[in-house]
Design a protein around this ligand. Structure first.
Ligand code: ZN
Ligand code: ZN
Ligand code: ZN
Length: 144
């Protein structure tokens, strides 16, 4: 069932206005600051719906908190997400589309859908991370 209530519109708008990823609580306090009487539980539900329908990117913070961000498109797409700073790059993955369709068909599945997001460290975070030094070379054999 598709709920298109004012609460949901308010959450969608607030999400679009937020910089980067926000938690449900963060978004709730943003909405309250603008005088919206929306409840926290409603914000949680609306965010979950938006994420399910592909209108919001969602990820778990290292503390296990759900974070959300407005997607730039509702067309089917995938994400590259930096697990350190939350930078998200929206990507197309033709190879994944073909593979998913084929593997579903081979197993007699119809109406197959998939969610594929790739987590890693973005270029900036990789550059800022302390360099991992390669393991020390074993001592050269001493030739007698
Ligand atoms: Zn997206
Ligand atoms: Zn990063
Ligand atoms: Zn896909």
């Amino acid at each position: 069932m598709k709920r298109n209530t004012w609460q949901r519109e308010a959450v969608r708008t607030a999400l679009g206005a937020a910089e980067g990823f926000v938690s449900a609580q963060g978004l709730h306090s943003n909405l309250h600051a603008t005088g919206s009487p929306i409840g926290l539980a409603t914000v949680y539900r609306a965010l979950a719906d938006l994420a399910l329908e592909g209108e919001a990117d969602s990820l778990q913070s290292p503390e296990g908190e759900g974070l959300y961000r407005a997607c730039s498109t509702t067309d089917h797409h995938h994400h590259l997400i930096c697990r350190n700073c939350g930078l998200t790059v929206e990507i197309e993955a033709d190879a994944v589309e073909t593979w998913a369709k084929n593997v579903a068909a081979e197993n007699g599945f119809t109406q197959a859908a998939h969610v594929v997001d790739v987590f890693g460290l973005c270029a900036a975070c990789t550059a800022a991370a302390p360099a991992v030094s390669p393991p020390a070379a074993p001592p050269a054999p001493v030739l007698e």
